[in-house]
Write a protein that binds this ligand. Structure first.
Ligand code: FAD
Length: 510
């Protein structure tokens, strides 16, 4: 369909008196609709919402914006950011709905150059990628996020972490080539060898240098089945000792997935022991849990891949051999066997329930951090055991990752040390119950960050958000000049992703 954003639509806007008309193969919707993100803390009405049907459309939109003094362009994946990163900041924004470039039937292609890879559109949802790759080839990407209703371009612009990251690195470490439309409107194919500066800048680059229209992602043969296991610890140092032991073991001598979370030492159905069980029939024995008088406890979550042909005793033996080396509390082992696809889509069921009871669409003031191993015990002391001792109405993830699995040439900023922890405070607010107001929860996030700063903890925000240039400069530290240099090269008018609030249109500064 040919759509026109004619000059007369700009006539009322004195900022855009002389723009030519915009002609695309996709569609342009310039009705003023209010757009929010998953965080639900910010909203905006973009000047127009564009549903491109090709990379060429995206390039045309960026060229078009560059001819105006104020227009900006935001690529919106599935809008699952928390702090307005995927919405344009004001009514000068052109919002590109990347999901209109989702998978088409034939675009998953296996190629063989050292790695087996598939080519994915930037707007493809990971859940569709999983289904298509499994169905067509029996292959699957090897590095995931916990929840797959996110787009390829959205997670590659941040990192993309889950329980496989300790082995394969984040999703940004599992891409061999990108096609990117830069802020100059140029379409560039880049990789570690070709246009490598752009390639590494875009990975974890918060949408600042270009729009990812295609990603070549490493895949491997997928297992059929997963044994999913949870065990409980009352002592944090024992939990971290075991988690770190597991992530530093060679492949084949550990689990295939390692995560963990903190829960409240109570029978509260959301924050307490019941959140540990994997099957409603496996309720934990309260007398076992009450052996500890700690306000919070720790759950190590692991998984083993296996094939249906393996007899279950082989999996039993592998799991037993690893579990007997761990120091979890006796009688706190929960397990379930499920298909690989059901394991990877495990959050989908929670999403359905949350949508049904209204909490999916309520605000989510989430906070994500990477905390250095050297500071994680202090984080437990100051934050989990004090500020968050009553829980947050949702998961509090904490698990270790190996720095060596990250490519330091990408734009992602990491804390110090060979091992660091992802901490994800995934707050849910219930619109129908008396829960703390969103403002108080945002204030608590702020307090947590301040406590970390005051006590000298070594950490970085993951999915970072700052409202000031100073905040961003501190976040990037000595990598800030490079980030600015890349911005000047690939988006000199600062057209792209203004919702990150790093640069403002025409003003990159130092
Ligand atoms: P959006 O929110 O739409 O966009 C994010 C940023 O990327 C914006 O600045 C946008 O402009 C830019 N962008 C989007 N698409 C492109 C593109 N094609 N090219 C360039 N820039 C682009 N993260 C993890 O690492 N692990 C998890 O397990 C995890 N679980 C999550 C579970 C839920 C329920 C939610 C809501 C989020 C989760 N996240 C997780 C965070 C998630 O990875 C980020 O919020 C990600 O940005 C969301 O992807 P999206 O497609 O919705 O991107």
């Amino acid at each position: 369909m040919i759509a026109y954003l004619e000059q007369q639509h700009f006539v009322h806007d004195t900022d855009h008196p002389s723009l030519p008309s915009l002609t695309l193969d996709g569609t342009i919707d310039y009705r003023s609709t209010v757009i929010k993100d998953f965080g639900g803390l910010h909203s905006t009405s973009p000047f127009a919402v564009i549903r491109p049907s090709s990379t060429h459309d995206i390039s045309t939109v960026i060229h078009f914006a560059s001819q105006s003094p104020t227009l900006t362009v935001t690529a919106r994946g599935n809008g699952h950011s928390i702090n307005g990163q995927s919405i344009s900041t004001n009514n000068h924004g052109l919002l590109i709905d990347m999901k209109s470039l989702n998978l088409t039937v034939n675009d998953v292609v296996l190629s063989n150059n050292n790695n087996i890879t598939v080519d994915l559109n930037g707007g493809a949802l990971w859940e569709d990628v999983l289904k298509r790759c499994l169905m067509s080839y029996g292959f699957a990407p090897r590095s995931w996020t916990d929840y797959l209703g996110l787009t390829v371009g959205g997670t590659l612009s941040n990192g993309g972490v889950s329980g496989q990251t300790f082995r394969y690195g984040p999703q940004t470490s599992n891409v061999t080539e990108l096609e990117v439309v830069t802020g100059n409107g140029e379409t560039v194919v880049c990789s570690g060898e070709e246009n490598s500066e752009l390639f590494f800048a875009v990975l974890g680059g918060l949408g600042q240098f270009g729009i990812i229209t295609r990603a070549r992602v490493v895949v491997q043969p997928a297992p059929d089945m997963v044994r999913w296991i949870r065990v409980v610890y009352s002592e944090f140092d024992e939990f971290t000792h075991d988690a770190e032991w597991l992530i530093t073991r060679p492949e084949g001598e550990s689990f295939d997935y390692v995560e963990g979370f903190v829960f409240v030492n109570s029978d509260d159905p959301v924050n307490g022991w019941p959140s540990v069980v994997l099957d409603a029939d496996q309720l934990p024995d309260p007398s076992v849990m009450t052996r500890s008088d700690n306000p919070v406890m720790y759950c190590l979550e692991v998984a083993l891949h296996y094939s249906k042909e393996n007899c279950s005793s082989t999996v039993d033996t592998r799991a037993k051999r690893l579990l007997e080396r761990l120091r979890f509390m006796k009688d706190t082992l929960f397990k379930v066997d499920l298909s690989y696809i059901d394991f990877l889509l495990r959050v989908k069921e929670a999403e359905k329930q949350a949508k049904a009871n209204g909490i999916w669409d309520a605000p989510h003031p989430w906070l994500n951090l990477f905390v250095s191993k050297s500071s994680i015990s202090d984080f437990n002391h100051f934050v989990f055991k004090k500020i968050l001792k009553d829980g947050i109405g949702g998961p509090m993830l904490v698990y270790p990752i190996l720095r060596s699995r990250w490519d330091e040439r990408t734009s992602v900023v990491l804390p110090d040390g060979d091992i660091f922890y992802i901490v994800a405070l995934l707050r849910f607010t219930n619109p129908y119950q008396k829960t703390p107001c969103v403002r108080d929860l945002v204030a608590q996030n702020h307090e947590i960050v301040q406590v970390c700063v005051r006590n000298g903890l070594n950490f970085k925000l993951y999915l970072p958000h700052y409202n000031t240039k100073e905040g961003w400069k501190q976040h990037f530290g000595d990598r800030w000049p490079r980030f600015v240099e890349m911005k000047l090269r690939y988006d000199p008018l600062a057209i792209l992703a203004p919702g990150q609030k790093i640069f403002t249109r025409n003003n990159i500064g130092e």
